[in-house]
Design a protein around this ligand. Structure first.
Ligand SMILES: C[S@@+](CC[C@H](N)C(=O)[O-])C[C@H]1O[C@@H](n2cnc3c(N)ncnc32)[C@H](O)[C@@H]1O
Length: 254
């Protein structure tokens, strides 16, 4: 069984802080559009976490399945308003019969699955003909990626390059698995600028808020924070940028 290096049980209680009720997520629009396009009756999210996206898709269908490795995240998903069918397991060995789903997707999760190719093959197996696989997340391999985390925290960029499949490699995997109409597009622009000390209020800067920082040992994390503080002491108006695209790679099972 491929395991996430990060134990999400330890951060599940705080995880939903990243989903403030006032924020509109364009990746959610892309998911809804795809679900309607394939007339999705049965939907599976692999690595569903706290079930935020499944709950959104209750606008399209009530048959919502969520698979996750972490019991803590699944416990949070039970609190979503939409009733979700939650299963504990790994995305590289999906515990479902062939031809079960019209839409299978993951959001911000494929980099935890370890064997990306095994996941894509499993997705092909459990999708119905005409069903869609959508893999949504950012791509540190892309050239237009600017995230101050990579400048301040040692090893984070290299680890991400290793964990995240590039868009083109995902397309090749989908092609090898038998998917057709494979397409990749940017679905959400993440853009925030923190001026000077404001950066210290970036909620993602907490060590448990992202897997990038949660995977660091305490010393490396604190060294990154100290590097930020040193730059602030030198220039109190320094700008810290997060500027990148969230991408969706889609393939259709013929
Ligand atoms: C960053 S969270 C994303 C959760 C949710 N998709 C979202 O966007 O809010 C990644 C999730 O993937 C789960 N995960 C990690 N490895 C997994 C695996 N091999 N199989 C299934 N789920 C896994 C983690 O437990 C965690 O809930």
């Amino acid at each position: 069984m491929t395991q996430s290096q990060l134990n999400y049980d330890t951060i599940s209680a705080e995880y939903n802080q990243r989903y403030p009720s006032t924020f509109h997520w364009e990746r959610g629009d892309a998911l809804l559009e795809l679900a309607r396009q394939v007339d999705a009756a049965n939907v599976l999210e692999a690595g569903c976490g706290t079930g935020y996206w499944l709950n959104l898709l209750s606008q399209v269908t009530p048959q919502l399945y969520g698979l996750d490795f972490s019991a803590g995240m699944a416990a949070q998903a039970k609190n979503q308003p939409a009733p979700l069918k939650l299963i504990r397991g790994t995305a590289t060995q999906l515990p479902f019969r062939p031809s079960s789903f019209d839409l299978l997707y993951c959001v911000d999760a494929v980099h935890h699955f370890g064997n990306h190719e095994a996941f894509v093959e499993e997705a092909f197996r459990v999708l119905k003909p005409g069903g869609a696989l959508a893999i949504i997340g950012h791509d540190p391999h892309s050239g237009d990626f600017d995230w101050y985390f990579y400048d301040y925290f040692e090893t984070v960029y290299e680890t991400d390059l290793h964990r995240y499949p590039s868009g083109s490699s995902l397309k090749e995997m989908m092609n090898r698995a038998g998917f057709q109409n494979i397409d990749q597009r940017n679905v959400e622009h993440v853009s925030s600028i923190h001026d000077g000390e404001q950066v210290l209020r970036d909620p993602f800067l907490k060590q448990n808020a992202t897997s990038q920082l949660a995977l660091l040992d305490r010393e490396t994390y604190e060294a990154g924070i100290e590097k930020i503080m040193a730059d602030l002491r030198e220039d109190g108006r320094k700008v810290f940028k997060s500027d990148f695209w969230v991408r969706m790679v889609v393939g259709i099972k013929p």
